[in-house]
Design a protein around this ligand. Structure first.
Ligand SMILES: C[S@@+](CC[C@H](N)C(=O)[O-])C[C@H]1O[C@@H](n2cnc3c(N)ncnc32)[C@H](O)[C@@H]1O
Length: 248
């Protein structure tokens, strides 16, 4: 696997704490598109073990609150933040994206990467994101969507079977966001970059085998099948990647 080294950071590779396609590169791109800076308080919905939140806090100086369904992820995220001296800027709490435990109009930016594909009730998800965003605030999303050429190939990291896969098409996402009240400011299809990333990962595994530390540690023995399935789904036009920036 090729490790992406953040151009701003000390040489610490983002091996598995950015649990989404294209890792830290995608996080930096979304942060720039969303105009993050030290005046912003960001809510990271589905924050996982916190790689993206620590990255944007460190590189852009923003304050980040992460929320995730999995309590253990939140505890690991905070432990890592403390170890690298970021606990002043980031915090995590267990909670459900469908019932965000925050008052209306709390955050300057609502951010989410690769969390929506497991969430069936998308009307509620985006309505909640809209509710906790301040007027004029920014929505920043990086997600996997359903492509036009049929069902994705299973298993994938977020679903072993179709019953737990909740990808929507680009048209459906647009409609969901607009019906929730968001104005879409920028919409970028990053499928081609995702194809390149998977090709590079496959080549690296072919050349050197699996690294000691990588996504396979989280995903288990099906990791290589999941990589192949995502790659094929991308190539066949069944899965696409988008970066979307909106406003309230
Ligand atoms: C693929 S991981 C992405 C983690 C992180 N955004 C990143 O890019 O590194 C998806 C995360 O979404 C969380 N998640 C799924 N459904 C959720 C929900 N309803 N509310 C909050 N978090 C949720 C999962 O627990 C998981 O940590």
């Amino acid at each position: 696997m090729q490790l992406f080294l953040c151009p701003f950071c000390p040489p610490v590779p983002s091996v598995l704490d950015e649990f989404h396609i294209r890792g830290r590169q995608a996080t930096i791109e979304l942060a720039r598109a969303a105009g993050l800076d030290s005046t912003k308080h960001v809510l990271d919905v589905g924050s996982g073990v916190g790689g993206p939140s620590r990255c944007i806090a460190r590189e852009f100086g923003c304050r980040v609150t992460g929320i995730d369904l999995t309590d253990e992820y939140c505890r690991v995220a905070f432990m890592l933040a403390e170890r690298i001296g970021l606990s002043r800027l980031v915090s995590y709490q267990q909670g459900d994206a469908l019932n965000l435990p925050f008052p209306d109009r709390t955050f300057d930016v609502v951010w989410s990467q690769h969390a929506a594909m497991n969430i069936a009730y998308k009307e509620t998800l985006y309505r909640e994101m809209y509710r906790v965003l301040k007027p004029g605030g920014v929505l920043a999303i990086y997600d996997i969507l359903a492509g036009p050429a049929g069902q994705i190939i299973f298993p994938v990291p977020w679903a072993r079977r179709p019953e737990t896969n909740f990808l929507v098409t680009p048209d459906e996402l647009r409609r969901l966001l607009e019906e929730s009240g968001f104005k879409i400011l920028a919409w970028e299809d990053t499928t081609s970059a995702a194809k390149d990333w998977f090709a590079s990962m496959a080549w690296n595994i072919q050349q050197g085998g699996l690294p000691t530390l990588g996504f396979h540690v989280l995903l288990g023995p099906d990791f290589q099948t999941m990589v192949q399935n995502q790659r094929q789904s991308l190539e066949k036009g069944r899965m696409i990647l988008v970066q979307v920036v909106g406003s309230k």
